[in-house]
Design a protein around this ligand. Structure first.
Ligand code: KIV
Length: 271
């Protein structure tokens, strides 16, 4: 039980037990209080305060511009909304690469100022020193391999990663290194389903996929994408569970019509 509610909190241990017993893990992104409150009440296992906030909340083309303080603002709003889900906070671009001491102090800042439960970092062996140092402070770390959007200017495109044997072999080695370092889970983004299944079978920690097929231990989607809020984004891996773009457009247009015609507010909608 959490200190403030009767709901049993999902922990990193819960996720490991879920993998061990073959139960799939559900994860969605969340960036603000109102949406996170609904996602948490739905019974989701994990909410990722993703640096995709840079795209869906701030309208940037990539995830690179979002700052540590902006991520802390989003994450603290999400934490205030949630009783059940494990909250993972993305460390933004430039806050953990290159200097593991800075990585640790940035991770500590996230934990102190947001109340989140863990952090996520993109990359494999090249950021192992940062991951290991963060783990020494008792901060749980989720890894992220495959298509890592913070490296978009290295990749040049958002196409599927690790289709060739050499990159696939490197990804497997990276996953093993993250497991050995002590990460509690790994996100695999946009890689062939066969490779993702192989990783999930050969690694003991939970593997969460996005565009990585069904042979992994859980799935994550960006909440705005699965709700159909962005009607211009329809990659093959995305299942849309609603068409909120259309529904919201209709609601806004009806409101405008009612205001213009004088139909709103009516007698019952005033004091
Ligand atoms: O930032 C994000 O939303 C992510 C997910 C796509 C895994 O990292």
């Amino acid at each position: 039980m959490s200190v403030h509610s009767n709901v049993k909190r999902v922990t990193t241990h819960t996720l490991q037990e879920m993998k061990n017993s073959g139960q799939k893990i559900s994860m969605l992104t969340g960036y603000d209080f109102s949406m996170a409150r609904i996602i948490d009440a739905s019974g989701i296992d994990v909410i990722l305060v993703g640096d995709s906030a840079s795209n869906v909340m701030a309208g940037h083309e990539t995830t690179l511009p979002i700052t540590l303080d902006q991520m802390i603002y989003h994450a603290s709003s999400v934490v205030r909304a949630c009783n059940r889900a494990l909250i993972v906070v993305d460390m933004p671009f430039g806050t953990y690469q290159g200097n593991s001491k800075e990585a640790l102090s940035n991770a500590i800042k996230i934990m102190k100022e947001t109340g989140g439960h863990s952090v996520k970092l993109e990359g494999g062996r090249e950021i192992l020193e940062s991951i290991s140092r963060i783990l020494t402070a008792g901060i749980p770390v989720m890894g992220h391999l495959g298509l890592t959007p913070q490296s978009i200017y290295k990749f040049g495109t958002y196409v599927v990663r690790a289709k060739e044997e050499e990159e696939a072999d490197q990804l497997i080695e990276d996953a093993k290194a993250l497991e050995a370092a002590g990460c509690f889970a790994i996100v695999l983004e946009k890689i062939p389903a066969e490779l993702a299944t192989k990783v999930a079978k050969s690694i003991s920690i939970p593997i969460i996929g996005i565009g990585a097929g069904n042979g992994v231990d859980g799935q994550v989607l960006v909440v705005h994408d699965m709700l159909g809020i962005n009607n211009e984004f329809s990659p093959r891996f995305l299942r849309k569970y609603n068409n909120l773009y259309e529904q919201m457009m209709t609601a806004f247009q009806e409101y405008i019509k009612d205001v213009k015609s004088g139909d709103f507010p009516n007698e019952n909608e005033q004091y």
